[in-house]
Design a protein around this ligand. Structure first.
Ligand code: URP
Ligand code: ZN
Ligand code: ZN
Length: 470
């Protein structure tokens, strides 16, 4: 089917211009000057014309960090691939890169197959995988090479969670050397988990068991230290490094120094670290703060993390905004830690709200309109080997297109979200702008405030190597 999107402003990572976008089947075939002969004849010949007057026409969002059904702390993230990807679509995201997990003692390929089975036939939008290597050993190091050939070109390691996911420095260096050999990207959860566990134990021994203590013991210095160590190890191992869910100024400073020295070091942050804080959210009265327990943690509003992170998004020391979508319900899930913050499953759901929340940064003068698109779609595509199929509106790209209405306004609430969560971390946030229409590979899946897709529309994406590596 041919489709023409007329009258909108096409926003790319480099600018915003009036274009009509012609789609044939699953692919964008032309950007046409409105009113030109070509546009007029395309409109006459198209099977469907969508009027985008007054709207931004942007590439579908790419959320490079999600955890559908992640097993964590004796429970599972509450969104499965079907519900989570549908919620993503509602929010203007048309691709997710989720994390398959190799836990300690497990085989990497078998673990990956489990994740393929969870996702296949269930996704509303296209999906790809990173692989968490939770047990670096000879077999998993070899498996990294095989996975690269299968389109899994990035591997997450943990400096946190001793006894669960933590890799020691020897293992980290080994994995980095392997990545240097096969061209893949090492992603790092950079927090000093051994020091954090000591502080957590001491806090609980003092009777400090409420959720806010999660933030107190996961000190910003320990994110800064781990980030520094990861960067030095990557230098020795000669591998590229991507720091996930960066929240602390101290960590950003390390990334900025490394990048200033020309290192292949990159970092992402997430909306929760730009908009939520330790005192008001994690420290909310009673057990409410449990809904804000995530790692790295929310940082203090009395320090300058928020302002520094926005600055990092401008300078490109932070080059991606992902969500780290890892939802848990308060009932029966977050409640596991009623008596001890260490037992609260770590994670916040937000896959549905990333595009809207970061667009507020455009309105607040923190970033430009093209930068919004770059952070949320174009750079994630380039960083993780999906470009130019994804992340851009240009001939030859997949027709993953969002019509965004800058004039709409609404309020985020558990009452109107589509994620499988019994609360919203952004409850009451007023949003200017709204996703109006979502097209995934030429298929209109969100329109007129209704979902028109189905489970299984989304396809697995074999990724190439990162295009940022020199
Ligand atoms: O709290 C978080 N971030 N949960 C998900 C697992 C991770 O470390 O990304
Ligand atoms: Zn992590
Ligand atoms: Zn994560």
């Amino acid at each position: 089917m041919t489709m023409l999107i007329t009258g909108g402003t096409v926003v790319s990572a480099t600018g915003a211009d009036a274009y009509d976008v012609l789609v044939d089947g699953e692919t964008i075939v032309a950007l046409l000057t409105p009113g030109s002969d070509l546009a007029t004849s395309a409109a006459a010949g198209a099977e469907r014309v969508i009027d985008a007057t007054g709207k931004y026409v942007i590439p579908g969002g790419i959320d490079a960090h999600t955890h559908m059904e992640l097993p964590f702390g004796g429970t599972f993230a509450s969104d499965d691939f079907e519900n989570g990807t549908r919620a993503a679509a509602w929010g203007g995201t048309t691709t997710i890169i989720d994390f398959a997990v190799q836990s300690f003692g497990q085989n990497v390929q078998e673990s990956l197959d489990t994740w393929f089975a969870k996702a296949e036939g269930n996704c509303a939008i296209d999906y790809a995988f990173h692989m968490i290597i939770g047990d670096v050993n000879d077999a998993s190091l070899k498996a990294m090479d095989v996975l690269v050939d299968e389109g899994i070109t990035s591997f997450k390691l943990f400096m946190a969670y001793p006894g669960v996911f933590l890799s020691d420095d020897r293992q980290i260096l080994q994995a980095m050397q392997q990545a240097a050999g096969n061209g893949s990207m090492i992603m790092m959860h950079a927090e000093n988990g051994i020091a954090i566990d000591l502080l957590a134990e001491q806090a609980v021994a003092r009777g400090e068991t409420e959720p806010v203590n999660h933030g107190y013991v996961r000190r910003a210095e320990l994110e800064g230290e781990a980030t520094h160590r990861a960067i030095q190890l990557a230098k020795v191992g000669a591998s590229p490094l991507y720091i996930v869910h960066l929240s602390a100024s101290q960590a950003l400073e390390q990334v900025a120094i490394a990048r200033g020295n020309g290192a292949n070091v990159f970092a992402e942050t997430c909306p929760q670290y730009l908009y939520l804080n330790l005192e008001d959210h994690l420290g909310a009265p009673g057990f409410t703060g449990a809904g804000y327990v995530c790692s790295t943690p929310l940082r203090s509003k009395h320090e300058h993390h928020h302002a520094d992170l926005w600055n990092g998004l401008r300078t490109n020391d932070l080059s991606v905004v992902a969500t780290d979508h890892c939802p848990f319900c308060m009932k029966d899930q977050k409640e596991l830690g009623l008596d001890d913050f260490r037992a609260i499953p770590n994670g916040i759901g937000g896959v549905e709200h990333r595009m809207d929340l970061i667009y507020q940064g455009v309105l607040q003068g923190e970033i430009t309109l093209p930068r919004w698109v770059e952070l949320c779609a174009t750079t994630p595509a380039r960083m993780f080997g999906l470009y130019p199929k994804k992340g851009v509106i240009q001939p030859g790209a997949d027709a993953d297109i969002v019509l965004y209405d800058p004039d709409a306004s609404w309020t985020i609430s558990v009452e109107n979200h589509h994620m499988n969560m019994d609360y919203s971390a952004y409850e009451g946030f007023d949003i200017q702008g709204r996703v109006d229409t979502v097209i995934s590979r030429g298929n209109v899946i969100i329109e007129n405030e209704a979902y028109h897709g189905q489970a299984g529309d989304g396809q697995y994406l074999r990724r190439g190597l990162s295009q940022y590596l020199v």
